[in-house]
Design a binder for this molecule. Structure first.
Ligand SMILES: *[C@@H]1O[C@H](CO)[C@@H](O)[C@H](O)[C@H]1NC(C)=O
Ligand SMILES: *[C@@H]1O[C@H](CO)[C@@H](O)[C@H](O)[C@H]1NC(C)=O
Length: 291
């Protein structure tokens, strides 16, 4: 696993603190030997969403801050983090992502630390607004599956509905009850197509390997935390709302670790073949109007 992390760091240029890595490996091993949480008991008692009861959903109001990430916006829309999307502490983000989505504590520590560094803020003292996260080519990047590229849409909190439609319509899987499920293959395809189109149509297109991997991490979140379930994703991606009764599909007691997440991320990335979707550069027309 240390090997994986070295390879991963090499290709992404992201430095993982040795402490986080060993902590993550430890959590991964504890997950293997300890019992999974029971269905219906994944969200811990005493936290918003326990028993599937999420705090009231309210769409953002004029002046509220939102960002390109549907999962974080949903937390603000339910008041799990401030509804204004403003003045959020990195430490609070860490705690709330963990109890809401059951990401492992190592992952939940890594992400806000990364964000603080990107914004040149102090992890322990400073606060941020959701829109701050949309610094172009910081975390936010081109070829999103839910947003038009920054060149076409400066406000990255704005959803691009046709992309979300296309993503959900691409689901080929079915669960045992016949519900539509997005599979790894589906996401590889949608990503490949989206990248090829963005590259052809966006005169300012850029996508580093790091951001490709980041995109594959988003896709892997859809597959793991949300179990690829199209009905749930419809609510998350279109309304940025947690479905009533929803809980993370990750039932491991220590949450989704970076080590486990990796496997999906890397498979997703290396199975994404942009070349299969070469688009001609005819017409730099803008994508369809947004909402
Ligand atoms: C992944 O999430 C970031 C942050 O919300 C976003 O900017 C990016 O475009 C997303 N990537 C994909 C491929 O959806
Ligand atoms: C990949 O796995 C290693 C753990 O062995 C971890 O340090 C690294 O952060 C992982 N990367 C991601 C984002 O999945």
């Amino acid at each position: 696993m240390a090997f994986i992390s070295t390879v991963y760091s090499k290709i992404t240029g992201v430095f993982f603190d040795a402490g986080i890595v060993s902590w993550d490996v430890l959590l991964t091993m504890m997950n293997l030997v300890q019992r999974k949480r029971r269905v219906g008991h994944v969200t811990p008692e005493g936290h918003p969403g326990y028993g599937g009861h999420w705090p009231e959903f309210r769409p953002p109001r004029e002046g509220d801050s939102r960002c390109s990430c549907p999962a974080l916006n949903a937390m603000a829309n339910h008041g799990i983090i401030p509804r204004s999307g403003r003045g959020i502490t990195f430490t609070e983000l860490n705690r709330q992502i963990r109890s809401t989505y059951n990401f492992g504590s190592s992952f939940c520590s890594f992400v806000p630390h990364f964000a603080a560094k990107m914004l040149q803020k102090s992890y322990s003292k400073d606060v941020f607004d959701l829109e701050d996260l949309d610094l172009h080519n910081g975390i936010e990047h081109d070829a999103s599956l839910t947003r038009a590229d920054t060149h076409f849409q400066k406000d990255q909190s704005v959803k691009h509905l046709p992309y979300i439609e296309e993503l959900l319509a691409s689901a080929t899987g079915k669960d045992s009850e016949g519900n539509a499920i997005l599979t790894l293959k589906d996401l590889q395809k949608v990503q490949g197509k989206r990248r090829a189109e963005a590259r052809a149509k966006n005169p300012e297109f850029s996508l580093s390997l790091f951001h490709k991997i980041f995109g594959s991490s988003n896709s892997s979140t859809l597959l793991t935390i949300f179990g690829g379930r199209v009905e749930d994703l419809r609510s998350i991606l279109f309304d940025e709302r947690l479905p009533e009764g929803w809980e993370s599909r990750i039932r491991q007691p220590h949450g989704l670790t970076i080590t486990n997440f990796n496997t999906t991320v890397l498979r997703c990335e290396f199975g994404t073949r942009e070349k299969d979707f070469e688009v001609s550069k005819v017409g730099n027309e803008e994508p369809h109007p947004n909402v």
